[in-house]
Design a binder for this molecule. Structure first.
Ligand SMILES: Cc1cc2nc3c(=O)[nH]c(=O)nc-3n(C[C@H](O)[C@H](O)[C@H](O)COP(=O)(O)O)c2cc1C
Length: 219
């Protein structure tokens, strides 16, 4: 590991700079896997981390790719799931209901590490546990009157006038719950890439028969 303070929050073991030759030379598949976990942990623990906002890719209408930024809300290592909040009326939800295959991209520019996850996502509209975890400012987004992506005659937030610029009381926020959805992403494959002047390294971890098979790949 690089010396000095880790880049992430408490518990994170991410280096704050690209790995040097000795560190690259000593990397094992176990360490590559641990870095992949550390990237996700940093996104969860550290609100200012670039890993907090991965890109979620889906198969869009007509089979075209679609990608957007989302905020990582939770991760469950044991079940290999990651959770995101979204508007149930947004195009990504219809896309995932049509085809659950999805991919996630995390990039840490501090240590030049990239993690690509592929798997399947399930949509849970109005999920009670996830809604309980959503803070008031997040909940307000689900009061937007028309579906995200609806054409507008001018620049708008889409929020009803009574909640524009304020966080309303909980009873009012509750009215948005029907528009709230949890995206539960189940990881099937992890692709971990580390860039370094000393030589790049890439490893793949793929679920096969319930177990994860690890392989080195040419970067
Ligand atoms: C920093 C940032 C964070 C975002 N987080 C979320 C999020 O957690 N959930 C979400 O649905 N959209 C989020 N968005 C908006 C999406 O990127 C996207 O524009 C919107 O959800 C519509 O996507 P869709 O048309 O593909 O469904 C975020 C955008 C930015 C810039």
């Amino acid at each position: 590991m690089s010396e000095g303070k880790p880049a992430g929050g408490a518990g994170s073991s991410l280096p704050q700079a690209p790995l040097e030759a000795a560190e690259i030379g000593a990397l094992t598949l176990t360490q590559m896997s641990a870095f992949a976990s550390a990237l996700i942990a940093d996104g969860l623990e550290n609100p200012s981390s670039p890993l907090r906002k991965p890109a979620l890719a889906t198969v869009g209408a007509g089979g075209l790719p679609a990608v957007r930024t989302v905020i990582l809300r939770f991760a469950d290592e044991a079940h290999r799931t990651l959770g995101f909040f979204t508007d149930a009326r947004s195009p990504k939800v219809a896309e995932l209901q049509q085809n659950p295959r999805a991919a996630l991209l995390f990039h840490d520019p501090r240590c030049d590490m990239q993690l690509r996850l592929s798997g399947r996502a399930e949509i849970r509209v109005g999920d009670e546990v996830a809604w309980a975890r959503a803070a008031a400012p997040s909940r307000r987004a689900y009061l937007v009157t028309a579906a995200p992506g609806t054409l507008s005659p001018g620049p708008v937030s889409g929020l009803p006038s009574d909640v524009e610029g304020i966080i309303p009381p909980l009873e009012r926020l509750e009215e948005g719950r029907a528009n709230f959805a949890l995206i539960e992403f189940r990881v099937e494959e992890r692709d971990m890439l580390i860039l370094s002047r000393a030589g790049n390294r890439r490893a793949r971890f793929r679920l096969e028969g319930g177990r994860e098979a690890a392989s080195w790949l040419v970067p």
